[in-house]
Write a protein that binds this ligand. Structure first.
Ligand SMILES: NC(=O)c1ccc[n+]([C@@H]2O[C@H](COP(=O)([O-])OP(=O)(O)OC[C@H]3O[C@@H](n4cnc5c(N)ncnc54)[C@H](O)[C@@H]3O)[C@@H](O)[C@H]2O)c1
Length: 275
């Protein structure tokens, strides 16, 4: 989507952190922005500081009807939607051996169903208008994994897979897709994730592992500007940190090595034989 001026962006989780950075960068590029968050007061503060081209909106991305209501509010206020950023997310650091099922449910509901609900509510609209772009926020934890990030990376790998498939599905329909995979960004992620956790997903006993030092990370505005550039340029993978190159290469080499080992041991196989 090369021209962003006067187009409309809807950004979830925009009351704080990366979403706020995307909202500010999109507004600076001349877009009208819906600043959506489960924390309406934060969304309102961000929208007020951007000015008239922004509107605050409550959304709970774990609920499809709430995401649909956000879409309808955006259409009512601005008349169209061109860019959807499925960005709202939460973090828990826990070892799988200790994690409660409620930890899993909370993360999957926000990080994965949040994106699914965005696709469900907005994709038909974008396809019908033959113009638009969807940015799904995954993480570097959607490309590489390791404890104590197992629960989190499960959701983020899913967002990467969903986005890769979506890219292929809508490639000829005028709709662009990107997946944002940042490393550490200086946001409120590790504290906000506790604040927004509904009581029914609180396991009572916690086994939290040390949180990542997000304060040492990139500025959210720099990430937002990177996202806006990627939407303009139609880039799929939005990478903001170069320091994970070796680990990604090792992971991919491990898969290639397994393919080679298979071929050596069993010969070349294809189709049904590989099931
Ligand atoms: N901060 C990092 O280092 C980092 C790195 C990689 C990926 N990410 C991802 O970036 C995204 C944004 O996180 P952030 O780091 O800016 O954290 P943040 O906590 O500063 O912002 C996330 C926002 O999402 C909102 N939110 C949470 N649950 C919601 C729900 N159910 N419905 C609507 N809004 C909800 C929160 O209120 C908050 O305002 C997340 O998907 C996160 O996983 C963050």
């Amino acid at each position: 989507m090369q021209t962003l001026e006067n187009k409309v962006a809807v950004i979830t989780g925009a009351g704080s952190g990366i979403g706020e950075g995307i909202a500010r960068a999109a507004a600076a590029a001349g877009m009208q922005v819906v600043v959506a968050d489960i924390d309406l007061a934060s969304a309102q503060r961000v929208a007020d500081s951007i000015g008239e081209q922004a509107m605050a909106c409550y959304v709970d991305v774990t609920q499809l009807d709430s995401v649909e209501a956000m879409r309808d509010a955006a259409l009512h206020h601005f008349g169209a939607v061109h860019l959807l950023c499925n960005n709202a997310g939460v973090w828990i650091g826990a070892l799988m051996v200790e994690a409660d099922i409620k930890d899993w449910q909370f993360l999957v509901n926000v990080n994965l169903f949040g994106v699914i609900h965005g696709i469900k509510a907005f994709l038909p609209l974008l396809v019908e208008q033959g113009e638009g772009h969807i940015v799904n926020t995954a993480s570097m934890g959607g490309l590489i994994s390791g404890p104590p990030e197992g629960l989190y990376t499960t959701t983020k790998f899913a967002v990467v897979g969903l986005s890769e498939s979506l890219l292929m599905e809508v490639a000829d329909k005028g709709v662009g897709v990107s997946v944002l995979c940042p490393g550490l960004v200086d946001t409120n992620l590790t504290t906000k994730s506790f604040e927004v956790r509904p009581a029914q997903f609180d396991p009572g006993v916690r086994h939290d592992q040390p949180a990542p030092d997000t304060a040492s990370g990139l500025s959210p505005l720099a990430v937002g500007e990177r996202v806006v550039d990627a939407v303009r340029e139609g880039e799929f993978y939005i990478i903001t940190h170069d320091d994970y190159r070796d680990i990604i290469a090792m992971r991919h080499q491990g898969i290639i090595d397994a393919l080679d080992a298979h071929a050596r041991r069993y010969g070349s196989t294809s189709g049904r034989d590989t099931q």
